[in-house]
Design a protein around this ligand. Structure first.
Ligand SMILES: Cc1cc2nc3c(=O)[nH]c(=O)nc-3n(C[C@H](O)[C@H](O)[C@H](O)COP(=O)(O)OP(=O)(O)OC[C@H]3O[C@@H](n4cnc5c(N)ncnc54)[C@H](O)[C@@H]3O)c2cc1C
Length: 397
């Protein structure tokens, strides 16, 4: 088995460019963004201009063509600086463009994927409903046959980028009784379609730069050109996107651990109590060691999974059942452990800061609030354990 965990010079150059960009353009505004709870329009526009909204998309479809490894490099770097910017890119890329790239017809790719990857249109992904969260196949937003097309009616909730997105990959039920096995279809919905409107936006504990919106569809009429993949196979579309999203969430968690560890290390070396820098006390050193160990292990897990997804390619029809199962288990492991390790590491980093860590407006306080959601969205960690457990029962360890 060939095992190579080194990055290519191009990948290293991309990381350097992203790091420089984020330090110069994003880091200075995140404190104010968090306080004002505003979508960071100007920096999103700049990231679109830099091509950061199409990193894993092939160049022929307007992207940078850097694959999932490149995409995880981006999200790791974003995770070091600001989780909100990472979530905006993640919702757009993993969940918005993946379905188009993997399941779209050539015409759909030209019409929706190319402008999305070029940063000319913002994407969102809408699966969750008031009655359908973890039980994500129980979609009740109804897609009724209407001539050669469909009429879609229902309420979606918790949609990241929901307020700003131009286009949403939205799951609706072509047959409620069939549920995930044949009853859910993925639709491409533009926000300016008649009958579509954005409802309330949630106030949140963290991720203050992102919108989390309700979408209301009242007889939104779409033609067959807006069905993504096959009718009734929308649940596969959603799960494929989530497999990509879960690995990239692991990358963002990795960046979060790295930043928190660096902050805690600097603080510990400079904070003197009882006549010594607190970094001299073994209790503090062990906390730093635990944080560094989590980053070390997660780094291998994330890039192993990303490279695996790159090797599998973007044609789901070419995947065997076994390949699919490996990919899904791996994504669940990365998402679950990555998010929990990030929460634990950031909690320890906050503890090392003492009272200062609890003061509103410090980077560690923001990171603490931002990190918690990663244990919940893109499938809760209970659901990730369920995915792994089912696979363990079916195939063993
Ligand atoms: C900030 C934010 C952004 C989001 N962005 C998006 C988005 O862009 N698009 C989108 O579609 N959705 C999005 N979501 C929705 C998110 O994915 C769901 O909130 C999540 O999947 C959980 O669903 P739920 O909130 O309905 O919780 P529930 O499913 O009601 O779960 C409640 C609790 O029960 C547990 N539970 C449920 N079933 C089981 C079981 N079988 N076994 C054990 N435990 C179980 C859960 O793990 C959880 O702890 C977002 C949510 C938030 C808060």
């Amino acid at each position: 088995m060939a095992l190579d965990f080194t990055f290519s010079p191009d990948q290293e150059a991309f990381r350097d460019a992203v790091r420089t960009f984020l330090a110069k353009e994003v880091a200075p505004i995140v404190g104010e963004m968090d306080e004002k709870e505003e979508f960071p329009k100007a920096t999103v526009r700049r990231m679109q201009e830099e091509g950061y909204f199409g990193v894993p998309v092939p160049e022929e479809y307007g992207g940078l063509g850097l694959g999932k490894v490149g995409y995880c490099i981006l999200l790791e770097e974003m995770g070091r600086v600001d989780a909100s910017h990472g979530a905006i890119i993640g919702a757009h890329t993993s969940l918005g463009t993946t379905p188009l790239l993997y399941y779209g017809s050539e015409e759909q790719k030209r019409r929706w994927l190319v402008p999305a990857a070029k940063g000319e249109r913002l994407m969102a992904f809408s699966l969750t409903e008031p009655g359908s969260g973890s039980d994500s196949g129980a979609v009740h937003t109804l897609a009724e046959k209407d001539g050669d097309g469909w009429s879609i009616t229902g309420n979606k909730i918790y949609v990241t980028n929901g307020r700003e997105a131009n286009t949403i990959i939205l799951m609706a039920a072509n047959d409620v009784k069939l549920g995930p096995s044949g009853g859910v279809t993925a639709f491409i919905i533009d926000a300016d379609l008649p009958g579509f409107r954005v409802g309330r936006s949630e106030k949140k504990m963290g991720l203050h730069g992102t919108s989390t919106a309700e979408l209301v569809l009242d007889h939104v009429r779409v033609g067959p050109d807006r069905v993504l993949g096959e009718v009734g196979k929308g649940f596969h579309v959603a799960m494929t996107a989530l497999d990509v999203g879960r690995v990239s969430l692991g990358a963002a968690s990795l960046g979060g651990i790295e930043a928190a560890t660096t902050e805690a290390l600097t603080f510990a070396k400079n904070r003197t109590q009882f006549g010594l820098p607190i970094s001299e006390y073994e209790v503090i050193q062990f906390k730093l060691a635990d944080m560094a160990m989590k980053a070390h292990a997660l780094r291998y897990m994330v890039y192993h999974a990303a490279a695996h997804q790159d090797r599998m390619g973007t044609n789901p029809k070419a995947w065997s059942r076994l390949e699919r199962a490996d990919k899904t288990r791996e994504a669940a492991v990365v998402k679950c452990l990555g998010s929990e390790w990030a929460s634990e590491a950031i909690d320890e980093a906050l503890q090392i800061h003492g009272g200062l860590g609890y003061i509103r407006g410090t980077p560690i306080e923001r990171a603490y609030r931002d990190a918690r959601i990663s244990e919940i969205f893109e499938g809760t960690n209970e659901i990730q354990r369920l995915v792994v457990a089912r696979d363990v029962l079916a195939r063993g360890v």
